[in-house]
Design a protein around this ligand. Structure first.
Ligand code: IMP
Length: 427
């Protein structure tokens, strides 16, 4: 059995990665978040209480776990401190958290620019979370970004911030937005840096040491591969890569450690924000699934768009992210539907295709092709083993395995940790 496990969102995010990560975190020594920032919303139900984490790794509830926010993330220090304060007030005060000195720092102007760019897109909005994620990654790649470690060095940070503000204030002014005063921002972020100082370090050195010591490491992806900047439904994507392939770069470990990957998928599909969604439902079945699955965004509260399971998408994700296993989430939500559909392929301009086209123009024209299976009506929320599931529920899972050529090793039948059917030990 491998000492590392990568958890990958196999759809458009919100697949229930928080629950799965939390589940496997029980056997892990280290949990690493490697991309994205506080645009993610991981809901974890623990001791009957619900916790929404945005940027902090899901292992935070376990005092023995070392949690790492790696270099591939964009980190908003204000948000991290708020998240920690929320945990403190819930009585969670014993934890281990480390933040990469190389992670990009999300600055207040990034959120301002996120909103402004969205408004400029008139009718072509991406529907971002407006947390400044895209603008922060943009600055990273155009080399005017501030990194978390910069906040700890007064003189260096002053230079970096002056340099960034030269560009950013010009940009803000041109968009008719208020500019930022160096002194105020400098003082505020130095102070934030001081508060986080005990946690900021070279997490690649730490992580490699832990791996050499044979510690068990869980890599927690945020968002889903369909939101990947390279392989997702561009431009309706986030600005990072949630694939397993991005883990080595995003954390500073060698690729050979990424050899055990579980894709997390809902038993149906959801997406928030704009962009094509071939299996989207618009009728009362969408409403049924939305209500039963509480399909409202954790970060924004927006109702999520709902549709059937799409195995073209799952196979796309398997191809580029190397899925070894699948976890099928919110399976109980489908209970009560008379017939359940699974998308097995697309038709594009009358021609059958089995891949996700690269342009939104083409993807919005595809017609999903389905098979239809009989549903089940038995309550499965208390079911503990695969064998106890109704025959039609088992047939559904078997069909998913056949169509995706991937073993379904976890079936989630409710939000609580106990409501999880484990078919195989993988970590
Ligand atoms: P951004 O990440 O805020 O730039 O938003 C870009 C797109 O990614 C939008 O469609 C968001 O709704 C989507 N998105 C970002 N984070 C998440 C997530 O954690 N779950 C689901 N969708 C997300």
């Amino acid at each position: 059995m491998s000492n590392t496990l990568v958890v990958v969102g196999a759809q458009w995010g919100d697949e229930g990665k928080g629950k799965i990560t939390d589940f496997y975190a029980g056997g892990a020594d280290v949990v690493v978040r490697h991309q994205g920032g506080n645009n993610a919303g991981h809901t974890i139900v623990f001791d009957g209480k619900k916790f929404a984490l945005q940027s902090i790794p899901s292992g935070i509830f376990n005092p023995h776990i070392i949690n790492i926010m790696a270099n591939g993330m964009v980190i908003n220090p204000v948000s991290v401190i708020e998240e920690l304060e929320r945990l403190h007030s819930a009585g969670i005060t014993d934890y281990k958290l480390y933040i990469s000195d190389r992670a990009a720092c999300v600055m207040p102007y990034h959120a301002a620019l996120d909103g402004a760019y969205e408004s400029l897109k008139e009718g072509n909005q991406i529907g971002t979370t407006k947390k400044g994620i895209g603008p922060a990654y943009k600055d990273k790649y155009s080399r005017v970004g501030i990194r978390m470690g910069d906040l700890l060095d007064k003189e260096y940070f002053a230079d970096r911030l002056k340099n960034a503000l030269l560009e950013k204030n010009l940009e803000l002014k041109s968009l008719g937005l208020p500019t930022y005063d160096f002194d105020a921002l400098y003082a505020q972020y130095l102070e934030l840096g001081e508060r986080l100082r005990p946690m900021i370090c070279d997490t690649s050195v730490l992580l490699n040491r832990l791996i050499e010591e044979n510690k068990k490491v869980l890599f927690e992806g945020a968002q889903g591969v369909m939101l990947c900047i390279d392989h997702g439904t561009y431009p309706y994507v986030t600005s990072s890569s949630p694939t397993a392939a991005s883990v080595p770069v995003n954390t500073g470990v060698a690729p050979r450690y990424v050899n055990n990957v579980i894709g997390v998928a809902k038993a149906y599909t959801t997406r928030v924000g704009e962009g094509p969604f071939p299996t989207e439902l618009f009728d009362e079945r969408a409403e049924y699934i939305r209500e039963r699955g509480h399909e409202y965004g954790t970060v924004t509260g927006r109702p999520r768009r709902v549709g059937w399971l799409d195995t073209v998408v799952l196979n796309h994700v398997r191809r580029i992210s190397g899925l070894d296993y699948l976890a099928l989430m919110l399976f109980d939500v489908l209970t009560g539907l008379d017939k359940i559909r699974i998308c097995t392929g697309y038709k594009l301009d009358g021609k059958a295709i089995d891949y996700v086209p690269s342009t939104i123009n083409q993807l919005s024209r595809v017609e999903a092709q389905y098979i239809e299976l009989d549903g089940w009506s038995e309550d499965i929320t208390g079911v503990k083993s695969y064998d106890e599931l109704p025959a039609n529920a088992k047939a559904y899972i078997a069909k998913v395995e056949e169509l995706t050529k991937t073993e379904v090793v976890v079936v989630s039948v409710g939000p609580d940790r106990e409501q999880t059917i484990i078919r195989k030990d993988i970590f």
